[in-house]
Design a protein around this ligand. Structure first.
Ligand code: GDP
Ligand code: IMO
Ligand code: MG
Length: 424
């Protein structure tokens, strides 16, 4: 399959990076297509944890060319910190390509993110405060500064000075702390020079790679239900993680995409505010959080936890044309006497078949659960479907049956090799 997209099917942190690491074995290019350093993608290799925010998760393989494509918003301090971290641990980033069309994040974006969250009072979105929304807003209002602007250092410095001066006025008016323009121009000019060798016309690069028989893996960040158009607006991120965003964010046409893999945990989590139909506030929720180590990779915030929601997954299949699902963290359910799966929604006693289009309706939805016996067995060392307890197999089969797409792999632990191939 020349082009595969990996997309989160829930609210993020589904274990996308681990599946991308696995699929990277058979791909030559691994490409981030949206989002920025709000992402936290974890790969664990021989007990060593790599938490990546911008560099694509395929970077840990020598044969992979990592690409940050046009749809991403790039925070240069984070990018270089990550490159330094990887190189100090023996992973070269020399082949990394950064799209000249990708927009850059600047400190004023982070100021605006903080100001707009503060202005919401008790109704905060719970953003990562990384400046993601303001950076995409600047892209939309056509005042953004792009990575390719760094090719001309003088112009780059002028653009930064002009924008920073204009944004300072807005920040000051909103009661925020004005930024040091000279300092920002100087620091980002140095980083712009460091960025130059990585810059690439990644659209031509990827099309040429395909023409030469290369295999391309498109790495989604965030997830379907954080999508600006399809998520639980306004409690969403400011990009399009859904599979259509992979096309826009890379310049590969929709017909170039052959395979779309949705990643879902065996339960559900969410960081930040917004509706969450199957959220648990009881001991089961606490157990999921504790056993699953459910703390945000980027912000360290506790993740809200609940049972698996198949209504969401069915909608994710529609929105993304999912060809398959990877089911991660099944091992986190090992200790439960019984586990629940939400198979349907009801609103004021009326069954709901289509995913609701308003978040306030979602807040009133009652989940309809199927309760299944647990397996009470440690499955972490299991590598063949035949080794799984019957109850765990039944759980996977219900997901496949109710969602209508096959499960390809099942995650049984955090390590790179902790998975089993369910169907190929
Ligand atoms: P991403 O943002 O979708 O790439 O996911 P994160 O890396 O933010 O969060 C997923 C967490 O679960 C990471 O700590 C992974 O190491 C871990 N993980 C992934 N798959 C599995 C699995 O199958 N079992 C267990 N126990 N942990 C997993
Ligand atoms: P990965 O790629 C989980 C959430 C934030 C907040 C909302 C908007 O690791 O799955 P933003 O800073 O993007 O404007 O915040 O989106 N969020 C994530 N939640 N995983 C992520 O990325 C996320 N990226 C953003 O918590 O609710
Ligand atoms: Mg994450």
């Amino acid at each position: 399959m020349p082009v595969t997209v990996v997309v989160g099917a829930q609210w993020g942190d589904e274990g996308k990076a681990k599946v991308i690491d696995l699929l990277s074995k058979e791909h030559t290019y691994v490409v981030r297509y949206q989002g920025g350093h709000n992402a936290g993608h974890t790969v664990v290799v021989n007990g060593e944890k790599y938490a990546l925010q911008l560099v694509p998760s395929g970077v840990l393989y020598d044969h992979v060319i990592p690409v940050i494509a046009n749809g991403v918003v790039v925070d240069l301090p984070t990018l270089f910190k990550e490159i330094d971290m990887l190189e100090s641990r023996g992973t070269s980033c020399d082949s990394l390509k950064v799209s000249s069309r990708a927009h850059l994040i600047f400190p004023w974006h982070q100021s605006h993110d903080a100001i707009s969250e503060a202005m919401r009072g008790d109704d905060k979105l719970g953003t990562t405060l990384r400046g993601i929304g303001p950076a995409y807003a600047d892209k939309s209002r056509r005042v953004g500064i792009r990575a390719g602007d760094a090719r001309n250092p003088e112009r780059f410095a002028t653009l930064i000075r002009e924008r920073c001066t204009a944004e300072n006025k807005l920040i000051g008016d909103a009661g925020g702390e004005e930024l040091d323009v000279d300092d920002i121009v100087e620091r980002f000019s140095v980083m712009g020079a460091r960025l130059a060798p990585y810059l690439s016309d990644t659209i031509s690069l990827l099309h040429n790679a395909l023409a030469e028989g290369g295999h391309v893996l498109l790495e989604g960040a965030q997830a379907t239900f954080l999508d600006l158009d399809h998520g639980t607006y306004p409690y969403v991120t400011s990009s399009n993680p859904t599979a259509g965003g992979a096309s826009v964010g890379t310049g590969l046409g929709p017909r170039d995409i052959d395979r779309v893999v949705g990643i879902t945990k065996a339960y559900t989590t969410r960081v930040g505010a917004g509706p969450f139909v199957t959220e648990l506030f009881d001991d089961d929720g606490k157990t999921l959080a504790e056993v699953g180590h459910e703390f945000g990779t980027v912000t360290g915030r506790p993740r809200r936890c609940g049972w698996l929601d198949l209504v969401m997954l069915r909608h994710a299949v529609r929105l993304n044309s999912l060809t398959e699902l990877s089911l991660t963290k099944l091992d986190i359910l090992d200790g439960f006497d019984t586990v629940k799966i939400c198979t349907a929604y009801s609103h004021n006693g009326v069954p709901i078949t289509d995913y609701p289009d308003q978040y306030d309706v979602l807040e009133e939805i009652e989940p309809v659960y199927e309760e299944l016996p647990g397996w009470k067995t440690d499955i972490t060392a299991m590598r063949e479907p035949g080794q799984l307890p019957a109850e765990a197999k039944a759980f996977i089969e219900i997901v496949e049956r109710e969602v209508g797409v096959p499960v390809n792999v099942v995650g049984v632990g955090a390590e790179r090799d902790d998975y089993l191939v369910w169907a190929s």
